[in-house]
Design a protein around this ligand. Structure first.
Ligand SMILES: C[S@@+](CC[C@H](N)C(=O)[O-])C[C@H]1O[C@@H](n2cnc3c(N)ncnc32)[C@H](O)[C@@H]1O
Length: 186
């Protein structure tokens, strides 16, 4: 979101064939709900173009970057790591603390805040990720999906403000309609 420290999303564990749409939807959800960037690793890098194409058409700013070494990327992340997992602490118990660190409210003399990396998996996530994370966060302790958990997490982090985010440099703009569809050239 504008004028706040970076929020990036790291997608771990893409299974070719099975996770193509899920990985694309992680990227699209990150973009639509206020993150600044999605980071695709390994085989997931194939989805880069499909997420970037939506940004080109419907606007940004939003980046898609890749890494061939997600463990090293995680270890080198210069801020807070939030791993979304059904085994973690309830989101509603930790969201204020996470937001506070992201916005630097914990350090009133700092105006820079702390970049935040939200990590979502596909299949089993390596234990090392649980260890490296500053918070392991559950969006309920029930199994569901990386897309759902990312959407709810971002909405809580931004306290709903992402719903009114303005996108710039779009080719096409959706004009809200009570009925039907209207899309115009920007
Ligand atoms: C289909 S789940 C895979 C779960 C897998 N059994 C595991 O051991 O992590 C894929 C991803 O969805 C996310 N996820 C699923 N349920 C969640 C929940 N209740 N809270 C937070 N994240 C969740 C996690 O990021 C997880 O890695």
């Amino acid at each position: 979101m504008q004028d706040t420290p970076e929020v990036a999303v790291l997608r771990l564990g893409h299974r070719p064939g099975r996770d193509e749409r899920m990985t694309t939807h992680v990227g699209l959800t990150a973009r639509a709900l206020g993150a600044d960037r999605v980071v695709l690793a390994g085989a997931a890098t194939d989805r880069r173009e499909s997420v970037a194409a939506v940004t080109e058409r419907f606007g940004g700013p939003f980046d898609v970057t890749t890494t061939d070494d997600p463990e090293a990327f995680l270890a080198a992340w210069p801020g807070t790591v939030v791993h979304l997992t059904m085994y973690g602490l309830p989101l509603q118990d930790v969201e204020a603390e996470i937001r506070s660190r992201w916005l630097a409210e914990e350090a009133p003399d700092s105006d820079t805040g702390t970049p935040l990396l939200a990590v979502v998996g596909a299949e089993k996530v390596a234990f090392e990720v649980y260890r490296v994370a500053d918070w392991n966060v559950a969006v309920t302790n029930q199994p569901h999906s990386e897309v759902a958990s990312l959407a709810v997490f971002l909405d809580h982090l931004f306290e709903g403000r992402e719903l009114g985010r303005e996108f710039t440099d779009a080719e096409r703009v959706v004009v809200p309609q009570a009925e039907g569809k209207r899309v115009e050239d920007a």
